[in-house]
Write a protein that binds this ligand. Structure first.
Ligand code: T5A
Length: 217
């Protein structure tokens, strides 16, 4: 693929959306062609699947149904948006991607990693991120930020946000383990500070990697 694929990961409310938006704006200012997108979602069909996944009407969803829906949303997202943009040489920035599935569905829900890895590689047609940022934060603070943001927009907590504190602590632990497993790709960034400081660190890493790769080539 000619493009560069950057993903943002972490617990609820850790600042992924904020940082993905800031990075996209910065790169566009530098003259890069950028696609900013999110998971679950990013296409009409994937956004419809997102509604089901996050709806409080479906608290009894079986973990197998859950993982298959996240993958279904991703399959459409890859074929309609991510793959075409990477083929055109764009920088794709996604707010969550496959690492969310490995952490939430495998590490936390307990679904077999190898089975999911195989299904995921079928889903993504082998596309994986070049750079991943895990925004690390105490779950108590992440949930506090998410709840206060929801209140500001008159939104209720969704099905995943309503999970226990223990669940969110395990999510954080899962991300730190993923980062140990893929140290070259995954950068753990402390989100427990001002968003501008977080942004500066991210811009520095992306700038360095783009120039190391001579991008655009
Ligand atoms: N999921 C997803 C799976 O289980 N498997 C999968 O395969 C995939 C793809 C998605 C849910 O689906 C799960 C994971 C999730 O549970 P979502 O609505 O997309 O749900 O939720 P999140 O991705 O968790 O996103 P949130 O919108 O809740 O949080 P963000 O994007 O991390 O945080 P953000 O940027 O919206 O910030 C939250 C608030 O904090 C402020 C912001 O202004 C905002 O008000 N903020 C800061 N405040 C202080 N200091 C900072 N540094 C701040 N940065 C941001």
């Amino acid at each position: 693929m000619k493009g560069i694929f950057i993903t943002f990961e972490g617990i609820e409310g850790c600042g992924k959306t904020t940082q993905a938006h800031l990075l996209a704006g910065y790169l566009e200012e530098q003259g890069y062609k950028v696609l900013k997108t999110r998971e679950p979602g990013g296409t009409e069909i994937s956004e419809a699947v997102r509604e089901i996944l996050l709806s409080n009407d479906f608290v009894k969803m079986h973990p197998h149904t859950e993982v298959l829906l996240y993958l279904a949303s991703r399959a459409q997202h890859i074929s309609d948006k991510i793959k075409p943009a990477l083929e055109k040489g764009m920088i794709v920035i996604s707010d969550r991607f496959s690492d969310s599935t490995f952490v939430y569905q495998c590490y936390v829900r307990g679904i077999d990693y190898q089975i999911v890895e195989e299904m995921n590689s079928f889903t993504t047609e082998g596309i994986s991120p070049d750079i991943t940022f895990v925004l690390d934060l105490e779950p108590e603070e992440g949930l506090r930020r998410a709840v206060s943001r929801n209140q500001k927009h008159s939104r209720k907590e969704d099905r995943m946000e309503k999970e226990s504190l223990e669940f969110h602590q395990k999510v954080r632990e899962g991300y730190l383990k993923m980062a140990e497993r893929y140290p070259d790709r995954i950068h753990v960034i402390s989100s427990n500070r001002d968003k501008t400081e977080v942004q500066e660190e991210i811009k520095g890493i992306v700038g360095r990697i783009l120039s190391q790769r001579g991008f655009p080539g």
